[in-house]
Write a protein that binds this ligand. Structure first.
Ligand code: MSP
Length: 483
């Protein structure tokens, strides 16, 4: 009998290739990979979609500065993203690039469909444009007339443009957000978007640019290229193999997407332009947009000028793959801004990994040597010591995207086991009470197998190493202390 597996689709944003990938990109991607692996463990058919966003003025300008032709420029940087995902143990199913021929053809097909049905029309657009965000900004988004995310002045743009109708669908969108048919989480972001949508009538959005060369030409007016966000959003569908034909839903097998992970700076576009594009196309909205906060360093936005940027390569070199994944995911509440510094990361590494889990493993492995027949992995867990079902507890955290809480839960087991060792003094039991010693060891070994199982989505390599250490009774320098 074949039972149909539940499908689970998760996406990260397609990252801009104006510069090399950084720790912020790694944060989103590691989280997506953890969620994808966790859902795989629940026997779901999982698809993790990632990619790069390769058009627009910002990239065109960067390529010019580097004296490279834009395609060569984006090829190199896009490869750098793929390399980093490999180094971080991230296993995506498709890596979509918005300069792929198939993606471009699909975008043109969508544009033509929307133009033919009158959802896109020719007009004029006037507004303040932030090149860093690649977005027109409304007054309420600016601070002293400047973009707060990029700390730059906005450019006044007034030009002939094609526009996408927005306001007609606004009430409908509000209803879908209110009813959670289109879920925005954490809750505070749902509130923020609803209050924005209820207080302001959405302006039609300019979806073309006349003087940006590096973009997909509009099929009905070759003097214009497609606005980079319109192009990028569609990668969430073309990445699944969709060819832009609205009557053809077969290639959208995984749609609607279960989770779209994004950072807070790109929430508003994801909660307005994107769903309205889908509504015009008659395609279901994402089930959930989950917004995480930003990684800050020393209380401030990371910036090359301030000199507080934490390099992901440096982290990988210092801590290795799994420990970097652990440090990113445990750094703070997933959904809130999180402050990191290299010193604090190192302290946390030493506390949780070297002195915490690493120390527990090496104590248990040393004690195993006193057992005539150590328990095996498939032996039942020492249930009598466990009040909750840890697998269910972790599934609950995963369901709510409380990734840091899932890890805290696992580290609670580590702490309780340390206490259990102190209380039971197995090094004395081995001499005084062999039966009790065996029982205590059974509990500790079961817990370590359990921990290794619970760690699979977060630290897949370490999970294997823990099992190996228990089987071979040697720790081989797991989690060395770091200065
Ligand atoms: N290309 C657009 C996304 C298009 S999706 C249809 C884009 N790219 S980006 O490269 O600038 O940013 C991608 C993601 O990285 C965003 O979710 C953003 O929030 C995240 N981060 C960028 N800097 C970050 C931190 N310092 N910390 C955490 N995430 C951050 O926007």
């Amino acid at each position: 009998m074949s039972t149909k597996k539940k499908k689970f689709l998760i996406t990260t944003p397609v990252y801009y290739v104006n510069d090399k990938p950084h720790i912020g990109h790694a944060y989103t991607s590691v989280a997506a990979d953890v969620l994808a692996r966790a859902h795989k463990l629940q026997k779901e058919e999982v698809f993790l979609l990632m990619g790069t966003d390769e058009h627009g003025l910002k990239i065109q300008q960067k390529a010019e500065e580097a004296g490279k032709n834009p395609q060569q420029f984006v090829d190199e940087i896009s490869d750098g993203f793929k390399d980093l995902w490999e180094k971080l143990g991230i296993k995506y199913d498709t890596f979509i690039r918005t300069t792929d021929g198939k993606h471009k053809a699909a975008v043109q097909k969508v544009l033509q469909t929307l133009f033919d049905k009158g959802a896109i029309y020719k007009g004029e657009y006037e507004g303040l444009y932030c090149i860093g965000c690649e977005q027109f900004k409304s007054e309420d988004e600016l601070v002293n007339g400047r973009c707060p995310d990029h700390d730059t002045d906005c450019e006044v743009v007034k030009e002939e443009s094609y526009l996408l109708k927005m306001a007609d669908l606004q009430n409908n969108l509000v209803k879908k957000i209110e009813s959670d048919e289109f879920k925005i989480r954490p809750e505070k972001y749902k509130k923020e978007i609803l209050s924005f949508l209820k207080n302001e009538k959405l302006k039609d959005v300019s979806i073309s640019r006349k003087n940006v060369k590096w973009g997909i030409p509009l099929p009905f007016d070759e003097q214009h290229t497609t606005y980079v966000w319109f192009d990028a959003f569609l990668s969430y569908l073309t990445g699944l193999g969709w060819n832009g034909d609205t009557s053809e839903s077969s290639t959208l097998g995984f749609w609607p997407v279960d989770i779209q992970l994004i950072g807070k700076d790109i929430l508003r576009v994801h909660a307005t332009i994107w769903p309205i594009m889908l509504m015009h196309l008659g395609i279901e909205l994402p089930k959930l947009i989950f917004t995480h906060g930003h990684l800050l360093s020393g209380g401030r936005k990371m910036s090359k000028t301030i000199g507080n940027v934490i390099s992901i390569d440096e982290m990988l070199e210092k801590f290795g793959v799994d420990d970097t994944r652990y440090l990113l995911m445990s750094a703070g509440t997933f959904g809130e801004d999180v402050d990191v510094t290299m010193e604090r990361l190192t302290e946390k590494y030493n506390a949780d990994l070297a002195n915490g889990l690493g120390n527990l493993i090496s104590r248990v492995v040393k004690l195993i040597l006193n057992l005539e027949s150590p328990p095996k992995a498939d032996q039942p867990l020492a249930d009598k010591f466990q009040s909750q079902n840890p697998n269910d507890e972790i599934s609950n955290f995963i369901e709510k995207l409380e990734l840091n809480n899932a890890l805290s839960y696992i580290w609670d087991i580590v702490r309780k086991d340390d206490k259990f060792i102190e209380e039971n003094k197995p090094w004395e039991l081995v001499k005084t009470n062999k039966e009790k010693f065996k029982e205590v060891m059974q509990k500790l070994i079961s817990d370590l197998y359990l921990i290794s199982e619970l760690l699979v989505p977060f630290m897949p390599g370490t999970s294997e190493k823990i099992k190996k250490a228990l089987k071979e009774k040697k720790t081989d320098g797991l989690f060395p202390r770091i200065k």
